[in-house]
Design a protein around this ligand. Sequence first.
Ligand SMILES: [Zn+2]
Length: 54
Amino acid sequence: MATEKRKKKVTSETKETIFNCTFCEQPKSLTEMVVLTTFFPPIVACQDCEKNLF
Ligand SMILES: [Zn+2]
C-alpha cells in the first residue's frame, strides 16, 4: 500500500521563482531549471534530470 504523502507548500518567502521539477519533483529556482522543448507540451526539468535524460 502506498503511503506516500504529498504536500504542496506555498513558499512566499523567496523572491526567486520556484519551479517543481517534473521528474524529481524537487523545488528549484528558475536558474536551475531547463525547459525541454523537445517535448510537447514542453517539460520543465532541473538540470540534473536533464542530464539523466540525454
Ligand atoms: Zn529534477
